[in-house]
Design a protein around this ligand. Structure first.
Ligand SMILES: [Zn+2]
Length: 204
């Protein structure tokens, strides 16, 4: 599956016309327009990439790009979204992804939040947790969004660790019977080699 499939169909950018690029499209209420603008602002504040915004916000691309530039002071970065499920099952990211997906699942079930609202809430919770513990964040908002999408499409799921009873992210076809997580069964070189980065939230 490629990034295009995950991100949904990407509309080719339409050139901004001088006539009415910033007006509310016909058939859409001003309130809906404001709500979508607020959602876009919130997502940009979290570090969302343009492709993610286009998938979740029903505003013209030209307005999203303009909003992004106004808020970030730079053009949105180009390039593909990270599209592999492999990253989420590597040792350190797996612990972070598992925490975030557990929060996402709680938000959708107990909190009754829909997709993007659940992603935003669980990512905010994850970030706050990283601030409290002082640990470097592994997941950017884009990664968190991809994680939720992979989970909703059944490409990633949660498996219960046989030892600690915690739920951890595994690939759809990984064995779940008597699964032991990476924290209970650390790989020999886990956590060695690279110095942890100072705490920050990545945007890519
Ligand atoms: Zn465990």
């Amino acid at each position: 599956m490629d990034a295009q499939t995950i991100a949904g169909p990407l509309m080719p950018g339409k050139p901004a016309t001088a006539s009415r690029p910033l007006l509310t499209p016909p058939g859409k209420s001003v309130l809906q327009d404001m709500e979508q603008t607020r959602l876009a602002i919130e997502m940009i504040g979290m570090g969302a990439r343009l492709q993610v915004l286009e998938s979740e916000v029903s505003l013209p691309r030209v307005r999203l790009v303009r909003l992004y530039k106004e808020l970030c002071g730079v053009s949105p970065p180009k390039g593909m979204l990270p599209f592999s499920t492999d990253w989420f099952v590597t040792w350190r990211p797996n612990a972070h992804a598992s925490m975030l997906l557990g929060a996402y699942r709680f938000m959708t079930r107990a909190g009754s939040l829909d997709g993007i609202r659940a992603t935003l809430s669980s990512f905010r919770m994850y970030r706050e947790h990283m601030c409290v513990t002082g640990e470097a964040a592994q997941l950017s908002f884009t990664r968190a969004w991809m994680l939720a999408r992979f989970y909703e499409r059944g490409m990633l799921q949660l498996a219960c660790c046989h030892c600690c009873r915690g739920d951890y992210v595994v690939r759809a076809h990984d064995a779940r019977h008597r699964y032991v997580c990476g924290l209970c069964l650390r790989p020999a070189r886990a956590g060695k080699g690279r110095k942890p980065a100072p705490p920050r939230v990545m945007t890519g």
